[in-house]
Design a protein. Structure first.
Length: 315
């Protein structure tokens, strides 16, 4: 049994938000896979302000197995900061990030570990694109296209963060002192070797997804503008509305032409809306940069912890 002060070979980080239906099952599934690979591992749950029984369930798991550890945040610190904080607390030589809802299959862990042991610094699971609505698919494609064309570094499409990272990669990201680390992008920015493993993303095992349309839109904007919250991000949402209105006006112009009517007013409206969209987009990005400068000056921690379970005193 791994003692709280020992350095494990593998750390597995599992972020949670209201996952009482999945917490015990994912812990058992991950433990089963790891026990066939190594006798030196830890599993770190980080509870990001759950309002159900998630924390109590994981606390009971910790009481039965010292290899399972728990961090409880004082509130919800968002889907960027909380998982990143847990990664920085992991002590393993290889660190795995996996979702609690089984959409990242634990059965893929042996393949990830094997490739990491062979010398690859980062091994990412890349899910096959599932059939979605045309609107959702178009927005996803647009997001990746914008990141590829305007981002400082490329994002690996359909890589959600599920994978294994060498400890030196996580240390490097931690030293960047980002106020809201977009880990998927930072992994590429570090320049370490990356390999990918394709898999079919299964349906959620239980419970409801926390990633609705606007949550996914927010995540996409974080990837493009590198994270911001509150009023400083509002212009980005206005730009999204203005661009949507532009599309509607263009469709109206096409309808006018089809019915032999004058499309001038539709085209004028589309041009005006497009200009407003660009204006709000650049204002939003400027606001994001101001927020990042402010956060770096404040030195705000990624999360504020309420409790730790099964961690050594020095941790």
């Amino acid at each position: 049994m791994l003692s709280p002060s020992a350095t494990p070979e593998i750390s597995v980080v599992i972020p949670c938000l209201n996952e009482e239906e999945n917490a015990a099952a994912i812990a058992n599934a991950v433990t089963k896979q790891l026990e066939h690979l190594t006798d030196s591992f830890e599993i770190i749950f980080i509870d990001n302000g759950s309002t159900d029984g998630t924390a109590a369930i994981v606390r009971n798991l910790c009481a039965r197995d010292a290899r399972i550890r728990l961090i409880i945040n004082t509130r919800n610190f968002g889907q960027l900061r909380s998982p990143a904080h847990a990664l920085f607390q992991a002590r393993g030589r290889g660190i795995i990030g996996i979702a609690a809802d089984f959409q990242d299959p634990p059965e893929l862990i042996p393949d990830l570990v094997q490739r990491w042991r062979a010398g690859t610094d980062i091994v990412l699971g890349v899910s096959e694109t599932k059939k979605t609505s045309p609107l959702y698919s178009s927005l996803r494609k647009l997001s990746y296209d914008l990141q590829r064309k305007f981002g400082d570094y490329p994002i690996i499409p359909n890589a959600t963060g599920f994978g294994i990272y060498d400890a030196k990669v996580i240390r490097t990201i931690g030293e960047l002192n980002e106020p809201e680390p977009f880990v998927r992008g930072l992994l590429v920015e570090t320049g370490y070797t990356i390999d990918t493993v394709a898999f079919k993303r299964p349906d959620r095992a239980a419970g409801r997804s926390k990633n609705g349309f606007f949550a996914l839109l927010d995540f996409a904007l974080s990837a493009l503008a590198y994270s911001s919250k509150g009023l400083l991000r509002a212009p980005l949402y206005f730009s999204f509305i203005a661009f949507a209105a532009t599309i509607i006006s263009m469709l109206g112009a096409a309808w006018s032409i089809a019915w032999a009517q004058n499309p001038r007013m539709w085209m004028f409206a589309a041009l005006l809306e497009f200009q407003f969209g660009l204006l709000f987009l650049f204002l939003g990005i400027l606001g994001v940069q101001v927020r990042l400068i402010s956060d770096r000056t404040r030195g705000m921690p990624l999360v504020i912890e309420r409790e730790r379970v099964n961690f050594a005193p020095e941790d």
